[in-house]
Write a protein that binds this ligand. Structure first.
Ligand code: ADP
Length: 360
């Protein structure tokens, strides 16, 4: 009720000031015409609280000074003071002290409210800057992958053409990979634009083994270069999933590249990557990727999916954050756990697409 009244007074300050003047006049008259031993002036505290609810800080100070002055004036105007004047003076001083303390506390509270507001604004501003930075970094991260792949395929193509005699077939294959990666980069840009417009992501029926096949073809060069032996165990008759091909491919690329990087210090003969795809009950598909890297430290297990958390000198700490976001937006779950022989296993699940109605 008090808040309602305060809001009303803020909207109509004229009415508020009239109310304050009426209150001050009433207290002044009562203080002047009652006996000196009754400290009516203490009620000016209510006037200050009322002023605080709708007046700016300077207004509260003016009201407090006026109240103190009125207290002193009524002390001298009160009739038949006589022997009671000393008691009246003490009461007036107590009232003025109460007015002063109330005004001081009200002003302190106003300052604290201002500081809290300033802090909230600052926080909101920082959150906006942070998410803008996050977005920029994530775009850079997603575009960087196809660009790096294009550069690798480009130099491979050049090597095959400079070969004596030139190996046209392999050069053409490298060119094809470049074209595919350019398409992928433009699909990523198209998706970012779609996301920026808050449009729903593309959901089509997908066979995950095909998506995996595409990714492994693209990552093949990296696997060879790092002498990683890959084994894939894909269950037969896998149900399809409903999803965005580019996004899901992006998640698998992220996991594969992370695993390759994690196995850098593993002796060459022991760099093994095992990819499994199984149909789980009820209506779920599970992907897992097991490596023979150093595994996950307690800190890694806690922070793996935190934005910007990275242990790599040129890492962004965004790959897993983005990947988890993509899987969750597809209604699935992405997590990591220690692998049996010391490495790490990254898994995700996705809901299987509903059975297609047989066309009649
Ligand atoms: P980035 O690769 O840029 O560091 P990510 O979000 O993809 O960003 O990964 C965050 C961190 O998680 C990595 O820096 C690394 O320390 C850890 N990590 C990711 N994958 C593995 C893995 N397969 N084994 C061990 N640690 C991993």
């Amino acid at each position: 009720m008090f808040h309602k009244l305060a809001r009303g007074l803020k909207q109509r300050p004229g009415a508020g000031i009239a109310l304050l003047i009426a209150l001050m006049a009433a207290i002044f008259l009562a203080d002047t015409f009652t006996r000196l031993e009754i400290a009516v002036a203490v009620f000016y505290v209510a006037v200050i609280l009322a002023a605080f609810s709708f007046l700016p800080r300077r207004g509260v100070i003016v009201v407090a000074v006026v109240c103190a002055a009125l207290t002193l004036i009524s002390l001298f105007l009160t009739p038949n003071g006589g022997a009671l004047r000393e008691l009246g003076l003490i009461n007036a001083l107590i009232s003025i002290a109460a007015i002063g303390v109330t005004a001081y506390l009200a002003l302190k509270r106003a300052a604290a409210e201002d500081a809290a507001f300033e802090a909230r604004t600052q926080l909101a501003r920082m959150a906006r800057i942070h998410s803008l930075g996050e977005l920029t970094a994530s775009i850079a991260h997603e575009i960087n992958q196809p660009l790096a792949a294009i550069a690798t395929s480009g130099s491979a193509c050049q090597r095959w053409l400079e070969h004596e005699p030139p190996n046209i077939e392999r050069a053409l294959r490298a060119l094809q990979r470049m074209t595919d990666d350019v398409t992928r980069a433009s699909e990523v840009v198209a998706r970012i634009r779609r996301d920026a417009r808050n449009a729903a992501p593309q959901r089509t029926r997908l066979a995950l083994p095909d998506v995996i096949g595409d990714v492994l073809e693209r990552a093949g060069g990296e696997l060879d270069r790092h002498e990683v032996v890959l084994s894939t165990r894909i269950q037969e008759h896998m149900p399809e999933v409903l999803g965005d091909r580019v996004q899901l491919g992006q998640v698998i690329v992220n996991l594969v590249l992370n695993a390759i990087e994690a196995m850098q210090d593993t002796p060459a003969g022991a760099r093994q990557l095992t990819l499994r795809l199984t149909a789980q009950e009820p209506g779920q598909v599970q992907f897992s990727l097991t490596d023979t890297g150093p595994g996950l430290s307690p800190q890694a297990r806690e922070r793996l999916f935190d934005t910007f958390w990275t242990t790599k000198p040129d890492g962004t700490g965004l790959g897993l954050t983005i990947s988890r976001g993509i899987i969750e937006s597809h209604g699935g779950r992405l997590w990591a756990e220690p692998a049996g022989r010391g490495g790490a296993v990254f898994c995700f699940t996705l809901p299987a697409a509903p059975e297609e109605e047989p066309s009649s």
